[in-house]
Design a protein around this ligand. Structure first.
Ligand code: 5RP
Length: 237
């Protein structure tokens, strides 16, 4: 991994997490290729990127979006959204993460958009992760691992995670199971230490009823723009 840091103007007040997200959202613009379509993730950090992207909307063809929420935000700002099937290959995909390690492996899905995020990441040449420094970990597993599951499989999937030492529960919204953009449930798993993300992703992805696992090792980041107290640190993997 290599990294360098672009300093922020000196200030005595530490930047808030929201300000760090704004910084990395703006920094991600340098990876957007003029004349092309950009892959866009989901979440509060990506919202900062989308807002920044509006400043160059006339220089790009549009975006492929990873969620209904991002599509709505892009469209409201006048950025054309393409269906992923209308597009062959994207040069770059820009998205946040719940955790990222020193090799670019991530846990994602805190916003329940992991399946479409993995699809758009898979059709992109480069994954640029934008995150504040609270997301950097040594080993994945601090953040509850989101897994999108077909509803009839949730009980067995929860039992399978329990057998490997994890404590899993169905994510709720307003007292009912949260339903994803794809009409499925999210199971969040606590208590895992994911020391081999690639092997873990391979294994759990094969369980019947698992739509998508929030471990992004096959679709790991090649670049991470990390918002720190010293400015935006660029990590390359
Ligand atoms: C959504 C995601 C997000 O990228 C992840 O949850 C980070 O979100 P935020 O930028 O709001 O912290 O994976 O499914």
């Amino acid at each position: 991994m290599t990294h360098n840091t672009a300093p922020t103007p000196h200030s005595s007040t530490p930047l808030t997490q929201d300000e760090l997200k704004t910084l990395v959202g703006q920094a991600a613009l340098q990876y957007v290729v003029p004349g092309e379509i950009v892959g866009v993730g989901t979440g509060s950090t990506v919202n900062k990127f989308i807002d920044a992207l509006a400043s160059m909307k006339d220089q790009i063809k549009g975006a492929v979006s990873s969620s209904v929420a991002s599509t709505e935000r892009l469209t409201a700002l006048g950025i054309k959204v393409f269906d992923s099937n209308e597009v062959d290959r994207l040069s770059v995909y820009i998205d946040g993460a719940d955790e990222i390690d020193g090799q670019g492996n991530m846990v994602k899905g805190g916003g329940a958009a992991l399946t479409r995020e993995k699809i758009v990441a898979a059709q992109s040449a480069v994954f640029v992760c934008i995150a504040d420094e609270s997301k950097l970990v040594t080993t994945l597993g601090k953040f509850p691992l989101p897994v999108e599951v077909i509803p009839m499989a949730t009980r067995r999937v929860i039992a399978q995670f329990a057998a490997m030492g994890g404590s899993a529960h169905i994510r709720l919204k307003d007292g009912n199971p949260l339903v994803t953009d794809n009409g499925q449930y999210i199971v969040d798993v606590n208590g895992l230490q994911i020391t081999d993300p690639l092997a873990f992703e391979s294994q759990v992805s094969q369980w019947p009823g698992v739509v998508t696992l929030g471990v992004f090792a096959y679709q790991r980041a090649q670049v991470c723009l990390l918002g720190t107290a010293d400015g935006v640190k660029t990590m390359k993997f």
